[in-house]
Ligand binder design. Structure first.
Ligand code: AMP
Length: 219
């Protein structure tokens, strides 16, 4: 049994999971746990983990289940995650979904939100996405911070992620369809999935998400 508010966001890369989790994290007071952000931070710090995964991330391939499962377990052990977490980019394979069940107990996940966006739109969004290397703030290529290369939030460098170049985008979308899309069915069988149209403006998507969480007593 767990009383934690664990919310899983599924959706292709570029569906807006990161942006929405940041907003919901503020609203709900639970952390945004992005395995991609944790791995990118390790790459930036040049830690042993970062050196191990750098080329895998740059190519847009997945790191091993075992490694990511351990990262999530360690993250969940931190005090700020005691009341719950918004999971972005995890689980991403059936093996990770099973590991999450083992970690939380079967009733652990309160809702799985599938942020649905057509592939053409995510390709457009990812190609124009720029991110702060320090705090992971997200910009568009036309934003002042992207043009100047300086984050408005923390002053860090704003860059184009290596895995947001066209070859890596194509590989990541293929991987999503093959490994991650089947998780929707896995969670549907447990009645946990709510599909939200992620193609609209960020504000519209946020209000839909808050409504979904409210219905479940989470917001
Ligand atoms: P994201 O920011 O979620 O798109 O993740 C960026 C990259 O980190 C992915 O393309 C993978 O290389 C790696 N990664 C993030 N989360 C996972 C995960 N749950 N399983 C395996 N690899 C992951």
């Amino acid at each position: 049994m767990t009383s934690r508010a664990i919310v899983v966001l599924l959706g292709k890369q570029g569906a807006g999971k990161g942006t929405q989790c940041d907003r919901l994290s503020e609203h709900l007071g639970i952390p945004h746990v992005s395995t991609g952000d944790i791995l990118r931070a390790a790459v930036r710090e040049r830690s042993p983990l970062g050196q191990e995964v750098e080329s895998v991330l740059a190519a847009g391939n997945l790191v091993s289940d075992d490694l990511v499962n351990r990262l999530v377990e360690a993250r969940f052990a931190q005090p700020d995650a005691a009341p719950g977490a918004l999971l972005d980019g995890f689980p991403r394979t059936p093996g990770q979904a099973e590991a999450l069940d083992d970690l939380l107990g079967e009733d652990g996940i309160k809702v799985v939100i599938d942020l649905e966006v057509p592939s053409e739109l995510v390709i457009e969004r990812l190609s124009s996405r720029r991110v702060c290397q320090e705090c992971a703030a997200i910009y568009k290529d036309s934003d002042v911070a992207a043009i100047s290369g300086t984050c408005e939030r923390c002053g860090g460098d704003v860059i184009q992620r290596p895995d947001d170049f066209p070859d890596a985008i194509a590989r990541r979308l293929e991987t999503y369809e093959r490994d991650t899309a089947p998780l929707k069915e896995f969670y549907e069988r447990r009645g946990l999935v709510v599909t939200v149209d992620g193609s609209r403006s960020p504000d519209e998507v946020t209000s839909d998400l808050i409504a979904v969480l409210r219905e479940r007593g989470l917001a």
